[in-house]
Design a protein around this ligand. Sequence first.
Ligand code: CP
Ligand code: NVA
Length: 302
Amino acid sequence: MAKTDFLTLNSLSPPALFKVLERAHALKNSYHAREFSQTLKQHVLAMIFEKSSTRTRVSFEAGMTQLGGSAIFLSPTDTQLGRGEPLEDTARVLSEMVSAVMIRTDDHNKLERFAEAATIPVINGLSDSCHPCQLLADVQTMQERFGDVRNLRVAWIGDGNNVCHSYLEAANIFEFNLTVAVPSSYKPAPEWVEKANGRVTFVDSPEDAVKGAQVVTTDVWTSMGQENEIQDRLRAFNGYQITPALLDSAAKDVCFLHCLPAHKGEEISDNLFADSRTNSVWSQAGNRLHAQKALLEHLING
Ligand code: CP
Ligand code: NVA
C-alpha cells in the first residue's frame, strides 16, 4: 500500500482532513473521559527536531504513548545526520525501524527529499514554508467554538510567515474567509496566496482586518532562525500588536488564537491573555495533541 505523507494540508484530500478532525474531536472526548484506545500499539514515531519545540514535541510524544505506541526524539547534533549522513540514507534506515517520522526543519526541501526516500509516512512538524499540524489544531478549535467554519471571518495580523501560509491553504480547504494585514515587506509568498483560491483579502491595517472578525490570530514577528533580523522586524511590525482595544472592533464573540509561543510586548500586549476573548489559546494548544493523534492513526493505520 502506498504511504501518505503530511507535508502540507493539501497532502490529504479535504474529505480525509474532515475525517481526521472528526476523529480528533472523538479522541478529545475520550481523553477527558480517561479512556485510551491502543490503536497504535507497538508503533514507533521518530521525531527529528532541527529547531526548538515545546508543543509539537510533547503532543506527538504524549499522543503516541496514549495510543499504545512510543516516540523517539532525535536531535541532528546527536545523530549521524549532524556528521553528514545523507538525509536519503537516514530516511531509508528509519523506514526499516519505525512506523512514521516527524521532522521540524528550517528547509522544506529537506522534508520533501526525506519523504521521497522514505517508505513510511513523513509528517511536517513545522518548516520554513508551513505548519500544517498547527492548522489541524486551529481548525479543530474553530469548530469547537463555531461549529461549521464555512464562511467564518478570520483575520491574520503580523508576519506573512510559515503559519500564515498554512492559514492561506486552510482558507480554501475549509472554506473560511481570511483577511490579512501584514507590512508590505512581510507579505506571504505568492505561491501560498494562490493556494487560498480567492478566499483571502489583503487590507492595509490591523484595524481594517479585525473589523467584524470572528477569529483573530497572529504569530511571533521573528520566527526561529530569523533572530538576526529582530531590530528591523520590531520597526516594521510597530502598530501590528494585538491589544484588548483592537479586539473591541472584532465580532462580539471573537475568538483569539495564537499558535504559541507568544512574545508579550511584541505581537501581543502584556495584558492580552488576561482578556477572556483569548481563552481558547489554551485549548488550541491542547488540540495539537488530539488532532495529531487522529493524524497519526490516519497515516499509520490508514
Ligand atoms: N506552536 C508550536 O508549534 O509550538 P512549539 O514550537 O512549542 O512546538
Ligand atoms: N513562526 C514561528 C512558529 C513557531 C511555532 C516559527 O517558525 O518560529
